[in-house]
Design a protein around this ligand. Structure first.
Ligand SMILES: *[C@@H]1O[C@H](CO)[C@@H](O)[C@H](O)[C@H]1NC(C)=O
Ligand SMILES: *[C@@H]1O[C@H](CO)[C@@H](O)[C@H](O)[C@H]1NC(C)=O
Length: 425
């Protein structure tokens, strides 16, 4: 063997060794990346929460939904980038808040279920609840299949009142409804939020109501629907002994808020000539009107927006559709045209026999088994239950109640076809 060949051999050997080393390093790096991305899951695949409340998105799952979100390609690219940096793009999350006290866990979870079933973007639930309800919430939400719960982060907060006398606030209206007045202060890190009562059901994607935020003009910072469509039979126009918004007042059961703007705004009021910040205004306002208000926090909101009407966006009644809109005859024109978008079963109608049209929705959404078969397991049962309500004025207008949810079901079905087509590509 000549010196030349031996030199060549050594060279080749070194190259081989280098190559193997590179492969090994590459492999180790891949393993590292893979393990680094893995994330502990709750026992039943429930969303596990980081102490800061900022739970990471399980890797690789969001892509699926994101890709279908309008201009698919661009979004899935940005998602991949986001995933590598392990920080969800902030505006991708919608925030939904609810306050639950007493016997309201099942109702609240049914509302949350309706929110997540039809929505495109991810949702963060902010659940304010009495301590005794926390475990029940965790158990119920923990039973959701991974396919659904991966679109959701949630956090459960105790009921707290940052200003004034907590006992007095708790007594105002239902046990803890006044809590929601404090959301701008309690959720400092959240830019915008949809607050709903526990007895609300979404019949179309949450994304659609969320989109109203972008319609706000420069002075608007919250959106609500009128309390009534006809002032002659509306409650505020007949009975209120305090100022209220517009001619019929507003209903606060579905309230969209730009919290950033609420926190920055100075509000006009009738207590002092100067303007006041949101948090400074609540307690004196309550002190001034506590003997005149009937509906608690909703009345306070009406008083505030009566002095600051330019800050309120009023959305049409189909976004907060209540028994009042049909029990004396149909009076929500928007729902007659488009169908009901958000159903609000106040007056306890999900739990008694007075308005079976409302109850039908509650029961089919509550009982939907997450089998992915929305027509079979939700829409057909809904139709047959609805037939049993024709003896009521609300049950006589099925096109109003069913039009929008039927559209939603069709859209969901088409979305699934697209997902399956993509999966088999
Ligand atoms: C809320 O208002 C702030 C301040 O005007 C604005 O920067 C932000 O984009 C708004 N949020 C949404 C979701 O429109
Ligand atoms: C925004 O709309 C409200 C309600 O229509 C109106 O009162 C207010 O003046 C508008 N603000 C601006 C800046 O146009």
């Amino acid at each position: 063997m000549s010196a030349g060949t031996r030199g060549g051999e050594t060279m080749r050997f070194t190259l081989k060794l280098l190559f193997s080393l590179c492969c090994l390093v590459g492999l180790l790096f891949l393993i590292y990346c893979y393990l680094g991305n893995g994330e502990p899951q709750g026992p039943s695949g429930a969303p596990s929460r980081h102490p800061s409340g900022q739970r990471e998105v399980p890797p690789g799952t969001q892509l699926y939904f994101r890709a279908l979100d309008g201009n698919g390609k661009k979004r899935s690219n940005s998602r991949i980038r986001g995933q590598r940096q392990r920080a969800p793009v902030p505006e991708e999350w919608m925030h939904l808040a609810v306050v639950a006290c007493g016997d309201r866990v099942e109702e609240t979870v049914t509302m949350l279920k309706s929110a997540v079933l039809f929505s495109f973007k991810n949702i963060k639930f902010h659940i304010f609840a009495e301590d005794s309800l926390k475990t029940e919430f965790e158990t119920k939400l923990g039973k959701w299949p991974q396919r659904v719960s991966r679109k959701v982060k949630y956090q459960i907060y105790p009921i707290t009142f940052p200003v004034g006398n907590p006992q007095e606030w708790k007594k105002l209206f239902k046990p803890c409804a006044a809590q929601r007045l404090f959301l701008p202060m309690l959720l400092q890190g959240v830019d915008s939020l949809l607050y709903v009562d526990t007895d609300v059901l979404f019949l179309r994607p949450l994304d659609d109501i969320w989109a109203f935020l972008k319609h706000f003009n420069d002075t608007q910072l919250a959106a609500m629907a009128p309390e009534h469509e006809i002032s002659k039979i509306g409650w505020y126009s007949r009975f209120a002994r305090h100022p209220f918004y517009g001619t019929t007042g507003v209903n606060s059961g579905v309230m969209l808020m730009n919290l950033t703007r609420i926190r920055n705004q100075q509000f006009k009021n009738n207590m002092i000539p100067a303007t006041l910040a949101w948090g400074e205004m609540l307690h004196p306002l309550y002190q001034k009107y506590k003997n005149y208000i009937t509906w608690g926090d909703q009345d306070l909101l009406n008083i505030i927006f009566s002095f600051n009407p330019e800050t309120l966006y009023v959305f049409p009644c189909q976004w907060n559709y209540r028994p009042d809109h049909c029990m004396y005859g149909s009076n929500c024109k928007g729902a007659e045209v488009e169908g009901v978008s958000v159903l609000h079963g106040n007056r306890g109608v999900y739990h008694d026999e007075k308005q079976p049209a409302f109850k039908a929705f509650y029961e089919v959404i509550r009982d939907y088994p997450f089998d992915g078969n929305l027509f079979q397991s939700m829409y057909f049962p809904l139709q047959s239950k609805f037939l049993e309500s024709v003896h009521t004025l609300c049950g006589r207008i099925p096109q109003v109640f069913l039009k929008q949810i039927e559209k939603t079901m069709k859209m969901m079905y088409e979305r699934r076809v697209v997902i399956q087509a993509r999966a088999s590509e």
